[in-house]
Design a protein around this ligand. Structure first.
Ligand SMILES: C[S@@+](CC[C@H](N)C(=O)[O-])C[C@H]1O[C@@H](n2cnc3c(N)ncnc32)[C@H](O)[C@@H]1O
Length: 235
């Protein structure tokens, strides 16, 4: 290939590469918009005590977090916390550095209204987890039924990179997803099911699995949904 042809080839590859990156980013933006409006619609139109994932007391999370013996001065994030009651328990236990993140601002508003004045002690982040840029590291990252919505390998990798960068060494990652015996959809959206071994293999490079279990969550309409639960420690 002559020098001119070589340069032309490099230019064409660069232009195509730029186009593909631009194309991927615009598709990602559109998908995020659709996802956000799905969740805003859920929280604006449904009674959150009737949604499939509702639990009056998040017992499995509470038991596992209590077992870690982290103290109230440590920094905790509930990713995709929605209008869930984990934040109520964290406040009751005296945790002082709580962040609740959710793609739906309406979900966070509902949670703030439910909590009343104590909600002022919480940092509320209305944002897609894939766009989250934490300003500090956490000692505990809690995610019940959020990671499993990331069905695209690229998004799963972004999530893994994020947890690796956002959790202190020795800190905890508690992830709960539908298991392979669980439903294939959640809130009408397709999910990626994981068994414990899948979760361990996915996070193993930077995290050590210290506890795991499967359990049936019973929805308000009486259906059993099997969850895989994995508690990791950041290496
Ligand atoms: C199945 S609900 C679980 C809510 C809560 N974790 C619980 O266990 O009660 C999923 C939650 O994740 C939020 N969510 C979904 N996709 C998200 C994303 N990409 N980034 C942040 N939050 C997201 C939804 O708005 C919703 O509140």
């Amino acid at each position: 290939m002559g020098e001119t042809n070589k340069q032309e080839f490099v230019t064409q590859v660069t232009v195509k590469g730029d186009f593909l990156v631009h194309f991927y980013l615009s598709i990602k933006k559109e998908m995020e918009k659709i996802n956000k409006s799905h969740w805003e619609n859920v929280y604006q139109t449904k009674d959150t005590t009737q949604v499939g994932w509702f639990q009056g007391t998040p017992k499995v999370s509470i038991d596992l977090i209590s077992g870690t013996k982290i103290s109230g001065t440590t920094s905790v994030i509930d990713v995709g916390g929605g209008d869930g009651a984990l934040v109520d328990w964290l406040l009751e236990e005296g945790f002082e550095k709580i962040t609740v993140l959710d793609i739906s601002a309406s979900a966070l508003e509902k949670s703030k209204i439910r909590l009343g004045e104590p909600s002022s002690k919480v940092l509320w982040e209305a944002c897609d987890i894939l766009d989250f840029e934490p300003k500090k590291k956490f000692d505990l990252w809690h995610d019940r039924a959020v990671f499993h919505f990331l069905t695209n390998p690229k998004d799963q990798q972004i999530y893994r990179r994020l947890v690796e960068c956002s959790i202190h060494s020795g800190g905890f990652l508690l992830v709960m997803t539908f298991s392979k015996s669980g439903p294939t959809t959640c809130s009408g959206l397709t999910v990626q099911q994981y068994d414990i071994q899948d979760l361990e293999e996915f996070f193993v490079q930077e995290f050590e699995l210290i506890q795991s279990l499967n359990y049936d969550h019973i929805t308000p309409s009486g259906t059993a949904q099997n969850y895989s639960v994995a508690l990791f420690r950041r290496k």
